[in-house]
Every structure is written in structure tokens, then in C-alpha cells.
Design a protein around this ligand. Structure first.
Ligand code: SF4
Length: 155
């Protein structure tokens, strides 16, 4: 998990290069790489508005109800999913994962509703865009940090 935070910082440092090449030109290839890496590591569904840094690296899009702000209340006594009894509750895993992260409180961040227009797009490029927007003073600083993975301010 810490490795992932280092990775976030690394992609943020790429902003000048990304800008020079062009966000639109990079969208497809970066999305393909992101899908491969995050798919293997987190079973990423490419929602385009990544919340992993606020959900203990447990992808909320794997919740059968796609809940992004905590469990539904139907979690079984054995911590398994109400809809898929063989699957651990995504939000139990999120809570456990969040306790290992530096910013434990980030799980308390309220996630905005999923914007389906972003499905399939790169969250990495989105984070880089947000960092640039922060530098340009277009969004509040708190939205452009590593927790920007949970922000819905930039398309
Ligand atoms: S929150 Fe979205 S981008 Fe992040 S791992 Fe899940 S589906 Fe992928």
C-alpha cells in the first residue's frame, strides 16, 4: 500500500511531461496500462474516479451494489457480502485496509456519486490534471493531493 502512495507521487511528478505530450493523446494508452496494473492488483473496474486511497485499497466498484460510502447494512455475521455470500464485504476489507494506511481518516471522506461518463478513463491522468489545476489555482489544494484519487472535480 505504501508502494502505491509512492507511485502516486511519481505520476504526479510526470505532469510537465504529460502536458508536453498531451492529455488527449495519452488517454487511451495510459488507460490500457492502468487497467492492466490496477486490474491485477485491485480488481479495478476502471470507473475513472478512483477511490482506492480513501478505501484502504479495496475497490468499491466491486461491491455488488456499487456503494462508495460504506457498507449497506446487510453484511453477514461472518463479514461476507449479502449479495455474494462467497465474497468478503468490500467495505470490511476497506476498513481493515484503511487501518494500515498513513491517512486512516481518509476512509471518512464522503465520495461523490459515480459519474458514468468517466467509466473506462484513466484515473491517473485525472490525478495529474488535478495537480495541475491546483497549481493553476483552479481547485482547492485539499482536492489535489494523493486524496485527489477520490475527487470528482476534474474530467
Ligand atoms: S475505484 Fe474506480 S479506478 Fe479505483 S480501482 Fe475501483 S474501479 Fe478502478
Amino acid at each position: 500500500m505504501r508502494l502505491y502512495h509512492v507511485f502516486e507521487g511519481t505520476i504526479a511528478a510526470c505532469e510537465p511531461l504529460v502536458r508536453a505530450i498531451g492529455y488527449e493523446r495519452l488517454e487511451k494508452p495510459v488507460a490500457v496500462v492502468e487497467r492492466g496494473i490496477k486490474g491485477a492488483m485491485f480488481d479495478c473496474q476502471m470507473c475513472g474516479q478512483c477511490a482506492l486511497s480513501s478505501t484502504g485499497m479495496s475497490c468499491p466498484m466491486n461491491c455488488p451494489k456499487n456503494l462508495r460510502n460504506g457498507p449497506c447494512g446487510g453484511v453477514r455475521a461472518n463479514m461476507m457480502c449479502e449479495v455474494k455470500p462467497d465474497m468478503p464485504c468490500v467495505w470490511v476489507k476497506a476498513w481493515e485496509g484503511s487501518q494500515d494506511l498513513f491517512g486512516k481518516a481518509s476512509i471518512l471522506d464522503v465520495q461523490k456519486p459515480v459519474d458514468n461518463q468517466l467509466k473506462g478513463k484513466s484515473s491517473w491522468l485525472r490525478v495529474i490534471r488535478e495537480i495541475r489545476a491546483k497549481r493553476d489555482g483552479k481547485i482547492a489544494p485539499a482536492k489535489a493531493t494523493a486524496r485527489g484519487f477520490a475527487s470528482n472535480t476534474i474530467r
